[in-house]
Design a protein around this ligand. Structure first.
Ligand code: GDP
Ligand code: MG
Length: 235
């Protein structure tokens, strides 16, 4: 099975790849971590690393590009090596670039996701920093972003709230009642955006983890299995 870890910069994608792959190994699964971020060396033991082929800092120098141009160029170049970066194991966990826009909005990012998706049963783990989801405005924005990721990557997507060692995840009822308290035009918009939840897994359950303390990783494994079962990919 493939797990593609995606999410806003700093949400803890790489930290989660590290702790979840460690957790799965300890559970006895053959688990491999793959780094698909050409701009950052992995903070875990990567079985494959896109930086063996493409390093963003070198692209900047060689092609005389600024950081944004070099990131885009690096993604396009990474696509040429994707066949060498896909590995089969019980769980292969793919870490993606810090800036999720690179993966979600660039054609090369989408092509990479498609190639991974074709190689085995795949699920996207959308990682959210719980602190960022703590206001109703931000919570609904995150749900909307999550829906965009599912649509763009055409893959089942699991919403995972990270860093719960720092802050508790608000319940959907708490978010809804805060929106209603707020009143006004924006609260109508926000309540409408809450419907995005229906196209995300936050609708079924909240997966709350801490990549730092390891809390909730067992529940994340259950949630991953549930996604595969509901998609009919797990016999
Ligand atoms: N407290 C806490 N910090 C975390 C957790 N996960 C990641 N971080 C920190 O958040 C920052 C960004 O993490 P990183 O994995 O690099 O994020 P990425 O850009 O999404 O790959 C780092 O300073 C991590 O140490 C967590 O579960 N709890
Ligand atoms: Mg990272």
């Amino acid at each position: 099975m493939n797990l593609i870890v995606i999410g806003p910069a700093g949400s803890g994608k790489s930290a989660l790849v590290s702790s979840f792959s460690q957790f799965l190994k300890e559970e006895g699964y053959d688990t491999k971590a793959v780094n698909l971020d050409p701009a950052s060396p992995p903070v875990y033991d990567a079985f494959k690393d896109v930086r063996e082929f493409v390093k963003t800092e070198e692209v900047m120098v060689k092609e005389g590009l600024g950081i944004n141009g070099a990131l885009i160029r690096s993604m396009d170049m990474s696509l040429n090596y994707i066949d060498e970066l896909i590995v089969k194991s019980d769980f292969t966990i793919y870490d993606t670039p810090g800036q999720m826009e690179l993966f979600v909005y660039l054609n090369s990012g989408i092509e990479i996701a498609k190639k991974i998706g074709k190689s085995d049963a795949s699920v996207c783990i959308f990682v959210v920093d719980t602190a960022v989801a703590s206001t109703p405005e931000n919570y609904v924005s995150i749900l909307a972003q999550n829906a965009v990721v599912s649509l763009r990557l055409d893959m089942p997507t699991l919403t995972v709230f990270n860093k719960v060692d720092v802050r508790k995840v608000p319940t959907i009822e708490e978010v809804r009642s805060k929106i209603r308290e707020g009143g006004g035009v924006l609260s109508e918009l926000m309540e409408g955006l809450l419907d995005f939840m229906n196209v995300t897994t936050a609708r079924y359950r909240t997966v709350a983890v801490s990549a730092k303390s390891g809390e909730g990783l067992d529940d994340l494994l259950c949630a991953v299995n549930e996604v595969f079962c509901s998609c009919g990919d797990l016999s």
